[in-house]
Design a binder for this molecule. Structure first.
Ligand code: GLC
Length: 568
């Protein structure tokens, strides 16, 4: 697996010779395990306390050895970092804090040489307020032709002192900020569904659509294998930007189609992008970050002529409960089958409390939690949840550090927090920094190999207990979470039935447990806090519980909160 996947002279079919399991002939991405790198927090090569591209490049062999197929990089573009890089000032430049375009090129090449694909983040819903277009639109005043590339509107009220409509920002407060005219008088308002530093693009403007087609080509020409599309559901707004008619709009997000989210018009954009992706060899893909009211609506983003994958946030939000898990697994598989797209599975990312901490707390607290809960319980369930996820058909996402069993850091002091929503009154809870703490690699002193020198800085402090959770500390320890991930990914590679197909065959199982077959493989899950006996389904392959299940008289004892893989 040493081919350079960026070599665009290869025909597409040849470029897929990558070992992606049984799905490879239909697309490497159908059963790929994709690892999310959050560049600020992965590895810092120059000791400034901030992760960077050379740091990631140096750690690629770790990811190859872990056994993932592709790496998704959160944004590393030129950005004032008002929202940790999801506020892009120049879509074709690397922010100096992360390195240079040359570093990006080297990273892509090295990854390909190791058999890893690279997916970059694309942020098309909004730019940074420091983007040249927005700055010009402000500078040139209401007559500027660039105003049409964003949503500028006069305010309501006698003097335009009220926002143009009642939309609320996801990060809290109104989704509108008033501008000042070049002569210093109060001016129009502009729309920002997130922070005021993130003005929303107007996707009715041909200039915006053209620009993003060109940005796609820029990165495809650089050799990237795909794009994770940020806020893919937000680009098109309902005509006339109608009022929603109520407050507390964040609470409605999961349930209703909003005038600013999941509008049917977004699909035309992705049909156009699919054509561009298909022009390139090697199966370049698009992955939608689309928060929609239902999995059926999520499936619309991955119709055959649109994107390839969409995150399964319904799965991410499911509690550690056998019946709920089975229901969401069935629903997810059933809704993707008609559009012939793989189901995806994800437990953690940079926007939610890590699953080791979610499962340590009582259910129903949502995805941003401030209490550590019962750590041992959380880790036990997290390991079991991972083995379940990796046994399901489709593609799985792993967020950096979950392979170390990292918990969320729930006690970060307020003064180190950077999540923009933490500083606003309402909106999202704003505790996302807890899952963004830099990775511990080695050693006994912070930053635990994240940066080059012991005692050096890291942009968020790491807890003292993380020395014991470092890659170095866990490597070679068969009971460690890191070795569990390595073994699971190795088994998944060796047994392509795990990721292949579009369904699972459920087997009878006692309450609180799940059992399903996939070819010559069975997965059993015990979500209860007590051991459960079942007829032994076969030969144990891998367990999340630390020791293979005891088998007595043909009966296997599934440990509390555990998942087992069996060969049958
Ligand atoms: C997405 C990103 C999140 C960011 C938001 C605004 O949801 O995952 O981190 O804050 O978009 O760009």
């Amino acid at each position: 697996m040493t081919q350079n996947l960026a070599d665009t002279s290869r025909p597409a079919a040849d470029a897929t010779a990558h070992e992606a399991g049984a799905g490879a002939d239909r697309g490497w991405w159908r059963d790929a395990v994709i690892y999310q790198v959050y560049p600020r927090s992965f590895a810092d090569s120059n000791g400034d306390g901030m992760g960077d591209l050379p740091g990631i490049r140096g750690r690629l062999p770790y990811l190859r050895d872990l056994g993932v197929d592709a790496v998704w990089l959160s944004p590393f573009y030129a950005s004032p970092q008002a929202d940790a890089g999801y506020d892009v000032a120049d879509y074709r430049a690397v922010d100096p804090m992360f390195g240079t375009l040359l570093d990006a090129d080297g990273l892509i090449r090295d990854a390909h040489a190791l058999g890893l694909r690279i997916i970059v983040d694309l942020v098309p819903n909004h730019s940074s307020d420091q983007h040249e277009w927005f700055q010009r639109a402000l500078r040139e005043g209401p007559a500027s032709p660039l105003r049409d590339r964003y949503h500028f509107r006069p305010g309501k009220g006698g003097n335009g002192e009220l926002p143009p409509n009642d939309w609320e920002s996801i990060f809290g407060g109104p989704a509108w900020t008033r501008t000042e005219n070049p002569d210093g008088t109060p001016g129009d308002w502009y729309l920002h569904l997130f922070a005021p530093e993130q003005p929303d693009f107007n996707w009715d403007s041909p200039a915006v659509a053209n620009e993003f087609r060109s940005i796609l080509r820029f990165w495809l020409d650089m050799g990237v294998d795909g794009f994770r599309i940020d806020v893919a559901h937000g680009l098109v707004k309902a005509p006339g930007l109608p009022d929603l008619g109520g407050a507390d709009q964040l609470k409605l997000l999961g349930n209703d189609v909003m005038p600013f989210f999941d509008q049917d018009g977004v699909h035309e954009i992705y049909r156009g992008w699919r054509k561009i992706l298909d022009e390139y060899p090697g199966q370049r893909i698009g992955v939608a970050e689309a928060w929609t009211p239902t999995v059926q609506r999520t499936a619309n983003y991955v119709r055959p002529d649109e994107l390839h994958q969409a995150f399964n946030f319904q799965y991410l939000g499911t509690s550690w409960d056998a019946a709920e898990l089975r229901a969401v697994i069935d629903l997810s598989l059933d809704s993707m089958r008609p559009v012939d797209a793989p189901t995806t599975w994800v437990l953690s990312n940079h926007d939610v409390t890590r699953h080791a901490t979610r499962f340590a707390n009582p259910p129903g607290l949502g995805t941003q939690i401030r209490t550590p809960g019962d750590r041992a319980l959380g880790l036990r369930r997290a390991r079991a949840a991972t083995l379940l996820m990796l046994a399901l058909p489709g593609s799985a996402y792993v967020y950096q550090g979950e392979e170390l069993g990292l918990p969320d850091v729930t006690d970060l002091p307020d003064e180190v927090r950077q999540d923009p929503s933490f500083f606003r009154q309402a909106g999202q809870d704003g505790y996302r920094d807890g899952c963004r703490v830099p990775i511990p690699w080695s050693g006994t002193e912070a930053p635990y190999g994240f940066g080059p020198t012991a005692g050096g800085p890291s942009w968020l402090p790491q807890p003292a207990e993380w020395a014991a959770l470092s890659v170095e500390a866990q490597t070679g320890d068969p009971t460690s979470t890191l070795e569990l991930y390595r073994s699971a990914l190795a088994v998944r590679k060796a047994r392509p039935d795990l990721g292949a197909g579009t369904g699972v065959e459920w087997l009878d199982a006692p309450e609180g447990t799940l059992a399903f077959r996939r070819g010559s493989f069975v997965c059993t899950v015990n979500t209860t806090g007590t051991p459960v006996r079942i007829p032994a389904p076969g030969r144990p392959l891998l367990t999340s519980a630390g020791a293979d299940p005891e088998t007595v008289d043909g009966q296997a004892v599934l440990a509390a909160d555990s998942t087992d893989w069996w060969a049958v």
